[in-house]
Design a protein around this ligand. Structure first.
Ligand code: CA
Length: 239
């Protein structure tokens, strides 16, 4: 398991919706990419090969319905349409265009995350680690639903922040997670100022994992950027 969540292409020109919702998706274990126009959407689609597209219908350079048709001509990627209430589309038209589901604005993040999970499940996409699925990398195993973490046979006693930090790092194993992203996801999306508290918690987490900061096995410091959790291959060269 790589620890990478399903990739979601979020096509939405309203920054006040796109930005907070992208943060919600990231926090829920998805990997969001935001596109603000129809042209950007098609470009991003080729670039990131998303597991699901969340598609706003009213875009500054075109109609989301045309984007949906174009996506359908290229792939069977699941599409959830986003409409303004009663003005743009009804369910029948959306489904005729090949959308898998639709949501009406204004929506709650929790509602759309639930729809995304349901569509991914139904279409058999994005089966990599998502929000609550257990992840094991080398001797470290986490079960987010039960909030349990183990090192080998030993149960790890982690604080809430240490646990969330470990989950985030393990979900992104092998890639660098920036200090800013960790602060936003594990602490508060509206944090500002110092990231010193992050270093303190990483220090505690390393101690509990028996990780030597000078020669870490699990949590590597990428100077000036952030942290990277080791891959299964790094932890077990014979795997
Ligand atoms: Ca719009």
């Amino acid at each position: 398991m790589t620890g990478q969540g399903p990739r979601i292409l979020l096509v939405e020109d309203e920054v006040s919706i796109a930005e907070p919702f992208a943060r919600v998706l990231a926090r829920e274990g998805f990997v969001p990419t935001v596109a603000g126009t129809a042209a950007e959407a098609l470009d991003a689609f080729e670039r990131v090969a998303p597991d699901l597209v969340l598609l706003d219908l009213a875009l500054p350079d075109g109609d989301g319905r045309d984007v949906c048709r174009e996506l359908r001509s290229r792939s069977d990627v699941p599409v959830i349409m986003v409409t303004a209430r009663g003005t743009e589309i009804d369910r029948i038209v959306g489904l005729e265009l090949g959308a898998d589901d639709y949501v009406v604005k204004p929506f709650s993040g929790a509602e759309v995350v639930a729809r995304i999970r349901a569509v991914l499940r139904r279409t058999g996409r994005g089966t990599a680690a998502t929000g609550s699925e257990p992840v094991t990398i080398g001797p470290v195993a986490i079960d987010p639903a039960a909030r349990r973490a183990q090192l080998g046979e030993d149960e790890l006693e982690l604080s809430r922040k240490e646990f969330d930090l470990l989950v985030d790092l393990m979900r992104h194993a092998g890639t660098v997670v920036t200090r800013e992203d960790l602060m936003a996801r594990v602490w508060d999306e509206n944090w500002f100022g110092s990231t010193k508290t992050l270093d303190v918690h990483v220090g505690w987490l390393r101690r509990k994992l028996g990780d030597d900061p000078a020669a870490p096995r699990f949590i590597h410091t990428i100077r000036g950027v952030g942290f990277r959790f080791a891959t299964p291959e790094e932890l077990d060269p014979s795997a």
